[in-house]
Design a protein around this ligand. Structure first.
Ligand code: DON
Length: 566
């Protein structure tokens, strides 16, 4: 303990005492739960095998970026519903020496994409943005992870990819979470070659059986030997382009050859004396989380957790930040994004001043009326050197577009649905978005992914967080940060606590069923808030510094998640 406490990663000022959380009697998770403790390094993920892959490379001397890449590739094997080689993502890095970085490996629209490609002659949407060959953007995950490794990794790439390669070639045991996930999505998986592996005889492999993925093992081996080139210009590119041509997809070898991940300047902001590092566009995540936190800081001291006053403040801040998100953000290579305004404290003060203490404002009065005009995975890593990485990666839907690349062994994304297919028409997440996020060749579709690293007031690492869950990612991420800073919750309580979500349209607060006491719901309705009760608001995998080490946990909302450490 003493030795660990003197390391960079676990040193820093004493963490303020945590205050036990109180949840409503109707809430499905108890207060007082805690995650996994580790002294030196840790990975929290929706899949524990993938977390263990990251820990394995850290134990060999690898750093947090090596571990993040190892975890990312292992997720592609062990968690095919969201882990991927055929999707994209974002990684926020904070090195112990103070450097921070953000890499954007979001998918890009193929060159043959057009603005109205999903609008049928009758003006309705065709649905081709969510399933089948036309739904995919050009994948970024392999390029992004290898570039992060090139710049920050310590171990050779073959060592980093070894655990994923082993999981693919030796196989993994199908657990009930994987079985249920495959069974639930059998119609999507059934549209292409993935069904031979994942639905032999029409149903998933039996729980307890061993799932070996030789094609994927071959692909990972090619990447270990020849780098991202194998994927973007070599035989994997040939397999993707040939299949796309055969089935009517748009992605060509030219699309793959021109794909580049982008290093971005991370958003650096602060909240009540704590600072944080977040993802700038092409994700809306960091911008919107920052705007929400800035509005709440300007609004005043936090009310007690779970009260009508507190929910009203968080919902009203989120509503305003989402109005900006949905209308102003898009790929910065294509649209002028007013990033410094949206993340400025002055702007947030003007928005906060206009929030009434006891009355909801309709979204239409906030300029959010564009009507005129599930599956992702987040993981958090800390290493024994004090470095930290927050990564979110996605295929969009579970198993993406359902298109599985024959011979190469992975699913393609259906990320094109994150674009504005038609102004004023909701996408699969009910998001009503504007012109800034319209489809254009080579453009990146706006994301909500929000990998975030929070530092304590003296600059020491405090929290690595982020989530899956479409636009609700932004709510989960900002509310976990609020729970830790404003409500002084332990990580277990901060993640288990009921969440709310307001994305401006629909103009209502979405509350997790049982998460608010009946009297609080009544008070919110009396203020004029619409209430939609629903299932979980996103799912997180987070790590927090605690005395003598780290606590890490998956989200109780997701089966099979957790943390591994050493
Ligand atoms: O990038 C985005 O915002 C979405 N494609 C994320 C999708 C997602 O989180 C689905 N997961 N549960």
């Amino acid at each position: 303990m003493m030795a660990a406490a003197s390391r960079q990663g676990t040193s820093g000022p004493a963490i303020p005492t945590r205050i036990p959380a109180v949840f409503p009697a109707s809430w499905r998770f108890p207060a007082g739960s805690h995650g996994t403790f580790a002294q030196h390094g840790m990975v929290a993920s929706d899949n524990v095998l993938a977390a263990q892959a990251g820990v394995e490379v850290m134990k060999q001397g690898g750093n947090a970026v090596d571990a993040a890449v190892a975890t990312g590739f292992a997720l592609a094997v062990a968690y095919p519903e969201a882990g991927n080689l055929g999707g994209g993502g974002y990684m926020v890095i904070r090195m112990a020496d103070g450097r921070s970085a953000a890499i954007d490996y979001r998918e890009a629209a193929p060159l043959a994409a057009t603005r109205d490609m999903y609008v049928a002659p009758d003006g309705k949407l065709t649905g081709e943005s969510v399933i089948g060959p036309k739904a995919s953007g050009v994948p970024g995950s392999v390029a992004g992870m290898l570039e992060a490794h090139r710049k920050f990794g310590k171990l050779p790439i073959a060592k980093v990819l070894a655990p994923a390669l082993r999981l693919a070639s030796d196989g993994l045991v199908v657990d009930s979470a994987m079985y249920r996930s495959l069974r639930g999505e059998n119609s999507r998986i059934g549209i292409s070659a993935g069904k031979d592996l994942f639905l032999p005889d029409g149903s998933p492999p039996a729980i307890g059986s061993r799932l070996v993925q030789p094609q994927l093992a071959h692909t990972i081996k090619l990447i270990a030997d020849s780098g991202a080139r194998a994927f973007y210009r070599g035989s994997i590119a040939d397999s993707i382009a040939a299949q796309m041509k055969r089935i009517g997809g748009l992605i060509t070898k030219a699309d793959l050859a021109r794909y580049q991940p982008e290093w971005r300047t991370p958003i650096r902001s602060s909240f009540r004396g704590y600072s944080f590092i977040a993802m700038p566009p092409s994700s809306s995540g960091g911008t919107t989380v920052t705007e929400i936190l800035n509005i709440l800081e300007a609004y005043g001291s936090p009310a007690q957790f779970g009260t009508a006053a507190e929910v009203h403040a968080v919902a009203s801040a989120s509503q305003r930040a989402f109005v900006d998100r949905n209308s102003k953000l898009g790929d910065p290579a294509f649209v002028k994004v007013p990033l410094s305004t949206l993340t400025s404290k002055t702007y947030a003060r003007s928005l906060a001043r206009a929030i009434s203490r006891d009355r909801a404002d309709p979204t239409s009065s906030l300029g959010g009326s564009l009507r005129e005009g599930s599956q992702t995975t987040h993981y958090s890593v800390v290493d024994q050197f004090g470095n930290a990485v927050a990564t979110t990666t996605t295929l969009n839907d579970l198993y993406g577009s359902g298109i599985y690349i024959s011979g190469a062994g992975f699913f393609m994304n259906d990320e094109m649905d994150d674009f504005t297919s038609k102004v004023g028409v909701p996408n699969m997440f009910g998001l009503i978005q504007g012109e800034a996020n319209a489809i254009a060749p080579g453009k990146r579709m706006l994301s909500a992914m929000s990998p975030t690293i929070v530092l304590d007031p003296s600059g020491g690492l405090l929290l690595v967080t982020g989530a899956r869950g479409g636009p609700r990612i932004i709510s989960a991420t900002s509310q976990i940060i609020l729970n830790v800073i404003d409500h002084r919750m332990s990580l277990g309580d901060a993640v288990s606590a009921p969440r709310i979500h307001h994305q401006s349209l629909p103009d209502s607060i979405r509350v997790e069923r049982g998460g608010l006491a009946p009297g609080v719901l009544e008070a919110l309705r009396a203020m004029g808030h619409g209430i939609i009760e629903g299932g979980g608001v996103a799912s997180s995998a987070s790590i927090m510094r605690v005395r003598g080490g780290y606590e890490g946990m998956g989200d109780p909302r997701t089966a099979g998640g957790g943390a591994a450490g050493f």
